[in-house]
Design a protein around this ligand. Structure first.
Ligand SMILES: Nc1nc2c(c(=O)[nH]1)N[C@H]1C(S)=C(S)[C@@H](COP(=O)(O)O)O[C@H]1N2
Ligand SMILES: [Mo]
Length: 409
């Protein structure tokens, strides 16, 4: 059978004579990049280290947008120095004096405004730790067909960490939160460098803010938050995409009215009713579109790598990670024949319903040839990864089953 991929590759080869380098040649030169991104990414993306980080895939420098290379996902927890970095605005505080940091809690939904230092946060409130996946809404946007505008993320705008901090609920209770509160609005210390760019401010529904799992975190994987992941504190909204996980958090407002800011009203919205999701941001739903909320069920194969070569009758282990919006992964199936047949993989330890779930399955190809390997995760509320892209203009929620080729000699 000739796959669609092979036909596409044939078409590219036919054109290659007219081009300086074919796309596949460029992709091979930059093996840290997955296949299927817009051609320009193979020219511009490089491996570079931000202070405190390992070399990650730099997609843009100003503001910094760096994704985690696939070969860094060797366990269920993503190391801090490998964790992806995403910013909207280039005005990022350079030096943060944690001893001077203040979190202000105000708004018309607050009875008693507060200002908390980091030491008060640590000493006056119960500490909790939750393992949770932090994934950009636009992870895998670069694979959208047709391609769409925005940072051309491949597979690595996602990570899983142990987040330690205090419950947002406890802070709001201390500030005498009023029952009329509709949304909690969060702001961080970064800001625009050009007049006219709206500050990055996000709100979440009051019930999500009061959820026991929603935290203000000061530690990640047992260490202070890395600078570029929000030092000294950030919001952690398990199950929901990372756009709500405000970094360098310095202000919280409880509002009795829906927030009207650009990053809620105009950005980070999905076509209403198009995705199979359970939780909606009720106070912000419009007829045409609604804010993105929980993550859709997804998985990535971390081994073998795309284009891996092995011998017939040898055994390799197919490994990967699966996650969803916090309902819990129930099953991961693997196909080695391009989706013709499926076998259930063995799941790793359950580290909590918001965390990465590892999976594995031995693979012993009987004979030489090209094998199309794919994984398909399903969760506890019956959701499964998409067979076909659910197109949307911002390229969000891409959980299409993604084949990779293994060459067997
Ligand atoms: N202050 C601030 N917080 C922010 C953002 C930002 O631009 N500024 N981006 C959000 C988005 S869209 C994402 S995907 C996550 C990325 O978190 P990370 O950089 O720690 O991986 O941060 C979120 N919090
Ligand atoms: Mo994001």
């Amino acid at each position: 059978m000739i796959s669609r991929r092979a036909l596409v590759a044939g078409g590219a080869a036919a054109l290659a004579g007219a081009l300086p380098l074919s796309r596949t040649t460029r992709a091979a030169e930059k093996s840290f990049l997955p296949q299927g991104l817009p051609e320009g990414v193979y020219d511009t993306a490089t491996l570079e280290a931000l202070p405190g980080k390992k070399p990650l895939i730099k997609l843009t420098y100003r503001p910094p947008n760096y994704e985690t290379p696939l070969d860094h996902f060797t366990s269920e927890f993503t190391p801090n120095e490998s964790f992806f970095v995403r910013y909207h605005l280039a005005g990022i505080p350079e030096q943060i004096d944690a001893a001077q940091w203040k979190l202000k809690v105000t708004g018309d939904g607050i009875g008693k405004p507060l200002q908390l230092s980091l030491s008060e946060l640590r000493s006056d409130f119960e500490a909790v730790e939750i393992a949770a996946v932090c994934q950009c809404s636009g992870n895998r946007r670069g694979f959208s067909q047709p391609h769409v505008a925005g940072v051309q993320w491949g597979l690595g705008a996602v990570g899983n960490a142990r987040w330690k901090g205090v419950r947002l609920k406890h802070i709001l209770e201390r500030a005498n939160l009023r029952a009329e509160t509709v949304e909690i609005v969060a702001n961080g210390a970064d800001g625009p460098v050009l007049d006219g760019t709206p500050d990055f401010i996000k709100s979440i529904p009051a019930d999500k803010a009061l959820d026991d799992n929603t935290l203000i975190a000061y530690e990640m994987n047992g260490a202070p938050l890395p600078h570029f992941n929000g030092f000294p504190i950030r919001l952690v909204v398990p199950g929901w995409t990372a756009t709500y996980w405000m970094k360098h958090l310095d202000a919280i407002e409880a509002s009795t009215k829906p927030f009207g800011g650009f990053w809620i009203k105009s950005a980070y919205r999905i076509p209403t009713g198009k995705f199979p999701i359970v939780q909606h941001f009720q106070s912000q739903v419009a007829a045409a579109n609604e804010p993105i909320t929980e993550m859709v069920v997804n998985s990535m194969i971390t081994a073998p790598a795309e284009g891996h070569t092995m011998r017939a009758a040898a055994t390799a282990e197919i490994r990967g990670l699966a996650w969803d919006g916090g309902y819990g992964i129930r099953r991961v199936e693997i196909s080695v024949d391009g989706g013709g047949t499926w076998r259930e993989a063995e799941l790793g330890n359950d580290l909590g319903r918001f965390a990465f779930r590892a999976f594995r399955l031995p693979f012993t190809p009987p004979q030489a040839g090209k094998y199309q390997v794919m994984a398909r995760a399903s969760n506890a509320v019956g959701q499964t990864q998409a067979d076909k892209l659910i197109f949307n203009p911002a390229g969000y929620h891409n959980n299409v089953i993604r084949p990779l080729t293994v060459n067997v000699l």
